[in-house]
Design a protein around this ligand. Structure first.
Ligand code: RB5
Length: 152
């Protein structure tokens, strides 16, 4: 699995920790920026990672901003993206088991470094449960298709 990772200025420090964790876990990741403390706009970096996942170029992504809210809003605009904001372990696990989330979003100003690393570990190692959840994901795809074709 290769993970696309990106953040705004509020997520840079946490992103470094997560990249090092993924390296230890032998999971390849591609860093889409931003790289420094200079203020940037989260949609620009959310778009890069979400586009890579939506197009199928990357299987999964991780996005970090201050609260995780802005990145979640951006990511879930992209067809096929199921982004989940998980600042604790239970939702990290459930977002994989039930929702087959393909982008994990973290709030860099909300969650501490050690908890964030546990969240990432849980998220990357938990499989999708399938079964009854498949038809629900299919319904999400149908909504996307319908909106694309006919609008509201
Ligand atoms: C940046 O100050 C902040 O607004 C951003 O990181 C994020 O929290 C937006 O949702």
């Amino acid at each position: 699995m290769t993970i696309a990772i990106g953040c705004d200025h509020a997520g840079v420090e946490l992103k470094k920790e997560i990249i090092s964790l993924l390296h230890d876990l032998r999971i390849e990741c591609i860093d889409y920026g931003t790289d420094g403390p200079k203020s940037v706009d989260y949609p620009d970096f959310g778009e890069k990672v979400s586009g890579a996942v939506s197009s199928g170029k990357m299987e999964k992504g991780i996005l970090i901003c201050g609260t995780g809210i802005g990145m979640s809003i951006v990511a879930n605009k992209f067809p096929g993206v199921r982004a989940s904001l998980c600042n604790e372990l239970f939702t990290a696990k459930m977002s994989r088991l039930h929702n087959d989330a393909n982008i994990l979003v973290l709030g860099g100003r909300i969650v501490g470094r050690d908890l964030a690393k546990e969240i990432v570990k849980t998220w990357v190692t938990t499989p999708f449960e399938g079964e009854r959840h498949c038809k629900r994901l299919e319904k999400i795809t149908l909504i996307e298709d319908r909106l694309k074709k006919h609008g509201l």
